[in-house]
Design a protein around this ligand. Sequence first.
Ligand code: HEC
Length: 188
Amino acid sequence: MRSFRWLVLMSAIALVTSCRSQQQQAAAPGGPGPVGTIRDVMHMVIESQAQVIFDSVAVTVTQAGTQEKQPETEEEWDAVLHSALTLAEAANLLMVPGRSVARPEEMNTSADPTELTPAQIQEKIKANPDLWVRHAKDLQDVALRAYKAAADKDVQELWNVGEPIDQACESCHLEFWYPGDKRPAPPQ
Ligand code: HEC
């Protein structure tokens, strides 16, 4: 059962990969097309799914002692499996051509002056489409590692993969969202 699911997943990915070169030109009529913005996908899909993986394994040290948390029941393992698959597929959503970074009325808004506005991010993606796809693929690869860890019920690997997932998020954000943070802090 497990290897069958794996196989289906791998062939779905192969299909996506083989279609990608055509998709990058323009979405075919009736073919895949974006619904939400990149901001929506981050906020409503990617963040919550990554959080399930991050929270699945934890070690808390208090005066009362050390508490370890890990998926125990079949349902808990399933929840991690589902989130990892959703996260891996969400990386494909980032690669769907024509997805706007934000809604028109949000294009010139950012929460922080160190962030690029969605309009600036849009320009950056347009100028560096391959780099954008590479970052999305990096996220997909680490999400697949989490998927495999959950399928194998491998607690240590699930713990290990937390850091690379975080890095996949952060390195894309540093490139496209707040590139100013890449500069080293000036000496005090
Ligand atoms: C391929 C690039 C890329 C990857 C990978 C990526 N992000 Fe993002 N993310 C962005 C961009 C660009 C924005 C800024 C969009 C905007 O202006 O709100 C963003 C914004 C966000 C936001 C703010 C959304 C909002 O409501 O304003 C959150 C939260 C977020 N990302 C979480 C994550 C997490 C968690 C991961 C990894 C699991 C991740 N992102 C991976 C590109 C990426």
